[in-house]
Design a binder for this molecule. Structure first.
Ligand code: ADP
Length: 394
């Protein structure tokens, strides 16, 4: 089944066409910078096309994709950031699902509204007869026990506003859990570390998420490219007061001007920071040290939460490609039985494999993530099941 995977952002639309059964990428591309003169890239049959096009918004962006792809679209899979408490798995989209995703907009106003506009445009352009599926970043974490997902705040705030931890990057953590189980031939306790621009850790027991570092929003948890991660909430009021900012301004500051970028005062890009560190930049050094230290703390916490684990698994742009960062995270973990194989670690970039020494009681692995493939698989499975049901009923 040819699945068009759409990831709609505030000013961008990423897409991939995937033959789900053969796990083959037919084409992929990005439209970036709308409304206005948007840049597009399209990669198909090993050929890359680049250019610019005027787009008024999401509807025109989806229209442009529909006119650019030559393969027949048999289903569409949408990445949706927040499924709130309503969605614990991917679903076939109908009017009720669209309404429910709209309801979740209050939990993630920035993200869900964009995803929804991608869904509505696609339904409009491709027609509602073409099956479409929503795959939620939060769904995998709906298995968190209540003592892990509640905040220690008055209960009525949870009841009135749904304030609790939801977790994100679920499609990535689920893909890694599935891939690890396939490589090892069984499920086990693992700690997955998605380290990209956004970063999150997940404690996975027997294939299920039992804790994760992001919370009500993706701001909680690990230090990220431009997000602070964990911070004393009193600091929010303090910054607002001292800097004459609103709560919303401070939230933006913690999301966009903090993390590696804020501490280094230079960049959110780990490659540049490692370069700057080699040239003696003290703030870059501090940013990288903080980043690694905080990941290591979360690994320790999740080993305790699960009573031990078989492996930690690195993924995301940093986790997949930086032996240096992996080494620095793992350096303090020999007490837990993790001893790195330095040469395996050094040679592992963008491919999957074990990077700990034989006999390590806590292993370390690298597994490149593939969220789009996960979306395509879910879409194919749900659409196939629905059409079998329809045939049975007919
Ligand atoms: P996103 O979360 O936006 O999808 P990615 O998963 O692509 O981002 O991760 C981006 C991060 O990965 C950046 O900080 C980038 O510097 C880092 N990165 C990519 N390749 C390397 C590398 N070889 N060494 C260190 N960091 C890398």
């Amino acid at each position: 089944m040819n699945v068009l995977v759409l990831n709609a952002g505030s000013s961008s639309l990423k897409f991939q066409m995937i033959d789900a059964a053969r796990e083959k990428r037919l084409c992929r591309g990005l439209l970036d910078g709308f409304p206005g003169r948007a840049a597009f890239t399209l990669e198909a049959d090993g050929q890359k096309t680049k250019g610019n096009i005027d787009l008024r918004g999401m509807h025109e962006a989806v229209e442009y994709i529909a006119s650019s792809i030559t393969d027949r679209v048999e289903a569409i899979g949408h990445r949706v950031v927040h499924g709130g408490p309503l969605f614990s798995e991917s679903v076939l989209i109908d009017d009720d699902v669209v309404d429910a995703i709209r309801e979740c907009c209050s939990l993630a106003p920035l993200h869900n509204a964009n995803n929804l506009s991608g869904i509505e445009s696609a339904r409009n352009i491709f027609g509602t007869a073409l099956p479409e599926v929503a795959v939620f970043d939060t769904a995998f974490h709906q298995t968190l026990p209540d003592y892990a997902f509640h905040y220690a705040i008055p209960r009525e705030l949870y009841e009135r506003h749904g304030i609790r931890r939801y977790g994100f990057h679920g499609t990535s953590h689920r893909y890694i859990a599935g891939r690890y189980a396939a490589l090892r031939g069984r499920d086990a306790n693992i700690v997955t570390l998605h380290l990209g621009n956004g970063c999150s850790a997940c404690a996975i027991r027997g294939g299920e998420s039992v804790d994760t570092s992001m919370g009500m929003t993706p701001l909680e948890g690990l230090m990220m490219g431009s997000r602070s991660g964990d911070i004393d909430p009193s600091v929010v009021g303090l910054i607002a007061d001292r800097e004459g900012l609103t709560g919303e301004d401070v939230e933006k500051l913690l999301n966009r001007r903090s993390g590696l970028l804020g501490v280094s005062g230079r960049t959110n890009d780990m490659r540049e920071l490692l370069d700057a560190e080699r040239k003696g930049d003290a703030r870059a050094t501090l940013a990288v040290q903080m980043f690694c230290y905080r990941v290591r703390k979360y690994i320790g916490a999740y080993l305790a939460a699960m009573g031990g684990a078989e492996a930690i698994v690195f993924t995301g742009g940093i986790g997949e490609n930086s032996p240096e960062i992996r080494r620095r995270i793992c350096d303090g973990l020999s007490w837990a039985g993790l001893n790195m194989d330095a040469s395996a670690n050094d040679s592992m970039a963008g491919k999957e494999g074990c990077i700990s020494r034989a006999g390590a009681t806590l292993q370390a692995w690298v597994i490149p993530t593939d969220e789009e493939l996960m979306v395509a698989h879910d879409t194919c499975a749900i659409v196939s099941a629905a059409s079998t049901r329809a045939e049975t009923c007919a």
